[in-house]
Design a protein around this ligand. Structure first.
Ligand SMILES: [Zn+2]
Ligand SMILES: [Zn+2]
Length: 276
């Protein structure tokens, strides 16, 4: 049985509806799937309904984007109690920040003489609007050949259309996930997260590390497993599937994730539920 603890849907910047993601993952032999959209849990309930139909276990999750100095850190939250109104309000505020940011990016592009329309960017996003949607609008308008090129030329941190995001720190995201009854896990540390940061986050309540990830080399996996063991962290993993040419570009279930990762995650979730 395959396991995938990191996937996206149209609730954020993924290309598939939750039902279509579940169907695709099911065909790929996935038995346990976590739906972890950026700053949204809107894909979770539809995925759970679709999962029940095909006998696939769906873990409710979220991926919260945070800022630290000059880089971004993503915090996954597993088994969050996503129906809590305060939590939905919080995610809504994060998404509003993104919409404003995308609108400002379009303004900057227009000022550069590039004609793309914010309404089109919004239409490309069924859920939370993000930079990938601006990138797709640029591809669609023939301004660039790929979303990668859009990030390189315009939307990256040093690009002329870059706009600072609403700031949320990694410890704040960890605390919010804890308050929502979830298990905070640092996503893809191989994307330039310093080892000291992992240690610092553990002190603020981080409980796991995403070790198994398409962009991680075997040497990185070994090193992160060692760090997880030393800091007594849970181990997670997944494809970061978005569909199309976004993110890691690998199909759901194609990243090896040991079954004991799910067992340990579940044990922790059960222990937390008993405490509450
Ligand atoms: Zn991420
Ligand atoms: Zn992701």
């Amino acid at each position: 049985m395959r396991i995938d603890l990191h996937t996206h849907t149209i609730a954020s910047d993924g290309l598939l509806a939750p039902e279509a993601l579940v169907a695709l993952a099911h065909d790929a032999g996935v038995g346990v799937l976590a739906v972890a959209d950026h700053d949204s849990t809107d894909g979770v309930d539809p995925a759970m309904t679709a999962g029940r139909r095909v006998g696939m276990e769906i873990i409710p999750a979220v991926e919260i984007n945070t800022d630290i100095h000059e880089s971004e850190i993503h915090i996954l939250g597993y088994y969050i109690d996503h129906h809590q109104p305060w939590f939905q309000e919080f995610l809504g505020r994060l998404r509003d920040g993104r919409v404003n940011r995308a609108a400002k990016m379009v303004e900057k592009l227009n000022a550069l003489g590039i004609r793309i329309d914010f309404a089109r960017v919004r239409a490309l996003a069924s859920g939370a609007v993000g930079r990938p949607h601006v990138a797709r609008a640029l591809v669609e308008a023939g301004v660039v050949g790929s979303t990668e090129e859009a990030f390189e030329k315009y939307l990256g941190r040093n690009g002329p259309a870059y706009v600072e995001r609403m700031k949320l720190s990694p410890p704040e995201a960890v605390q919010v996930i804890q308050r929502a009854g979830g298990i905070p896990v640092l996503a893809h540390p191989g994307w330039g997260v310093k080892d000291e940061m992992i240690t610092a986050l553990v002190e603020t309540g981080l409980e796991g590390l995403e070790v198994y990830y398409p962009d991680h080399t075997p040497a990185m996996v070994t090193r992160y497993l060692e760090i997880a063991r030393r800091l007594r962290l849970l181990v997670a993993g997944g494809t970061d599937f978005h569909g199309g040419d976004l993110a890691t570009k690998v199909p759901p279930g194609s990243q090896y994730v040991p079954v004991e990762c799910v067992e340990k995650l579940k044990e922790r979730h059960e222990a937390k539920s008993l405490r509450q």
